[in-house]
Design a protein around this ligand. Structure first.
Ligand SMILES: [Zn+2]
Length: 400
């Protein structure tokens, strides 16, 4: 059976140019004593916005692995797919994030729900029926998607994750327990599960929420998983998948502490953070690179409503805090990178500027070859920032 390792990091690479510097961060982790396996993820939403094909993620990952002589496992994640979108991912991917958040709360077969509860006396509680009813349709849908993939790839040849993170209401640890029991009954051998954790996980910026509550629930979720593995025979390596929405620095120390205390593994999924490092690397290069980064911002500013629309649930941009493109036009490399780089202690850091650029990759996609050529031209400064960001800001605080 294809088995996901204990520690893994999901890295997103919108324009398929950063697999090598991302992999280099995993090599640095190995040197520092942590075995972390890379998983290249790109969501269906990103592929659609950019106009790319899932196979391009596989080729970029394979090439990086060859070039850097990476001998440990690595995976390619069909991120946030559903029954309508999964087909073109089946051949190039070996990891599938089955997103059923849209099915939470949909009505489902009442007799199946009561049958489930009758078979699981151990779950009985005053709220068990309401929880089972809330998630039943979602788990049934996950089963349909899982079997669609299994019928093409064969059982045991891929890693399955079920994600319910893209929704407003978090799933509490007692809810996770019932969800896992239903997933086991549905015979989906998930190796990772991505609940919506308490607090806000906005794109590109830090966590907003109650840290002690996050830490307590994260640990209870790990307990719920261990219990479900024992009771229901889910895969022994089943672990939480944290969809970070890029950079959730303030929860990383809590995750690190709980992992050390419990011995649990984790999958930390990042994505857009790398695209922002590309922009930082372009700006840091100065000259044409800086000019292009400014142009991306100018266009993103002009089209901000359209760019933000698909992400309204996960961004909080303060319009008044957005620098005007004419101001940005006069910026030095350092002005641009300090506004964009996610250093919460830097007075020049501008979260609104960063979030707008986070969702602004469509602008770069529209630039086509001109953008890609500039990535190649500014490769040294971009690589340095991509590797440094993944290693120092993500891997080190979570895993080391
Ligand atoms: Zn997600």
């Amino acid at each position: 059976m294809k088995t996901l390792e204990k520690y893994s990091i999901g890295v997103g690479d919108r324009f398929a140019h950063q697999a090598k510097p991302q992999l280099r961060a995993c090599l640095l982790a190995a040197e520092a004593g942590a075995d972390i396996v890379p998983v290249w993820n790109k969501s269906n939403r990103e592929h659609t916005i950019i106009g790319s094909e899932p196979a391009s993620v596989r080729s970029a990952a394979d090439a990086a692995v060859r070039q850097l002589n990476w001998t440990r496992p690595y995976h390619v994640d069909a991120d946030h797919i559903n029954l309508e979108t999964v087909d073109r991912y089946i051949a190039p991917s070996d990891f599938f994030t089955i997103d059923v958040a849209a099915f939470i709360g949909k009505s489902s077969d009442a007799s199946e729900i009561s049958g489930f509860l009758k078979n699981h006396a151990e779950l009985s509680s005053p709220s068990a029926h309401a929880i089972a009813a809330k998630y039943h349709a979602a788990v049934k849908e996950a089963g349909r998607i899982y079997r669609r993939i299994e019928s093409s790839k064969g059982a045991g040849n891929f890693i399955a994750e079920v994600s319910m993170d893209e929704t407003d209401a978090p799933q509490t640890p007692p809810e996770l327990t019932i969800i896992l029991a239903m997933i086991a009954d549905e015979k989906i051998p998930i190796q990772t599960v991505a609940p919506k954790f308490t607090g806000r996980f906005n794109k590109g910026v830090d966590y907003v929420g109650h840290l002690p509550q996050f830490a307590a629930e994260f640990e209870e979720d790990i307990g719920a998983i261990a219990c479900a593995v024992d009771r229901y025979g889910l895969p022994k390596n089943l672990k939480l998948s944290v969809h970070s929405g890029s950079d959730k620095f303030s929860i990383y120390p809590a995750i690190n502490r709980v992992l050390k205390k419990t011995g649990a593994g984790v999958h930390l999924k990042t994505a857009g953070t790398t695209w922002l490092e590309e922009l930082i690397g372009l700006a840091e290069a100065g000259g044409d690179g800086l000019a292009l980064a400014k142009q991306v911002y100018g266009e993103a500013y002009a089209h901000r409503e359209e760019l933000c629309a698909p992400y309204t649930a996960v961004i909080d941009i303060e319009a008044a805090k957005l620098s005007s493109p004419s101001t940005v036009a006069a910026w030095s490399s350092n002005d641009f990178t300090s506004a964009l780089r996610h250093d919460p202690n830097c007075p020049a850091f501008n979260p609104s500027f960063r979030q707008l650029l986070h969702v602004g990759f469509k602008i770069a996609a529209k630039m086509g070859d001109r953008y890609l050529r500039m990535l190649e031209q500014c490769e040294p400064t971009i690589s340095k920032n991509v590797t440094g960001n993944i290693f120092a800001r993500h891997i080190r605080p979570v895993f080391l």
